[in-house]
Write a protein that binds this ligand. Structure first.
Ligand SMILES: [Zn+2]
Length: 177
């Protein structure tokens, strides 16, 4: 009978089986049970995965990608902040001694004012970059816009670092982002 389910019977064997089933109640009951079990397991194997599952997985992948883009943007931004803080703090520490003795000179004072104005400019640019990243975080309109925001903010900061440091004094090598 199981050979019959797998379509492995010859015509003669099939005929013999059918004849026996017609006359034997016990085998007929067994045959019906076997057919039911076969149909049940066929239904199980042919069941297609829910389309909701694919949607849920894709949504999860997309969320993860968005977070990775934000994380990358944040890392670039904090790297730029560290670089700029170093550029500001190291000269300040170096000049903290001589400043007391030369601050009576008007030329030195105007130079210091110029440095302060520059630092204020850098800080406002940094705030703008942080604002862009925050806005992308709050709105989260999709991975492409988030990536553009983060990269734009990072480019703005790096451009400023280059302008302040002067051409050639800071070489930005090719990075693999
Ligand atoms: Zn029988």
């Amino acid at each position: 009978m199981s050979a019959r389910l797998d379509c492995q019977l010859s015509g003669e064997e099939e005929e013999t089986l059918q004849r026996h089933l017609a006359g034997c109640v016990q085998c007929r009951a067994e045959w019906v049970g076997l057919q039911r079990a076969d149909a049940f397991f066929q239904g199980v194997t042919l069941a297609a995965p829910s389309p909701l599952l694919a949607g849920a997985i894709m949504a999860r992948v997309e969320r993860r990608a968005t977070w990775m883009a934000l994380l990358r943007g944040g890392m670039i931004l904090s790297l730029a902040i560290v670089i700029i803080l170093g550029m500001v703090l190291i000269p300040m520490a170096a000049f903290s001694g001589p400043v007391a003795t030369v601050s009576s000179s008007p030329a030195t004072v105007s130079a210091l004012v110029g440095v302060i104005v520059r630092i204020a400019g850098i800080l406002s640019t940094l705030l703008q970059a942080a604002y862009l990243v925050l806005r992308a975080l709050v709105a989260s309109p999709g991975i492409a816009a988030v990536a553009v925001y983060a990269l734009g903010a990072a480019a703005l900061v790096l451009w400023w670092v280059r302008v302040v440091a002067g051409p050639g004094s800071l070489t930005i090598r090719k990075r693999s982002w």
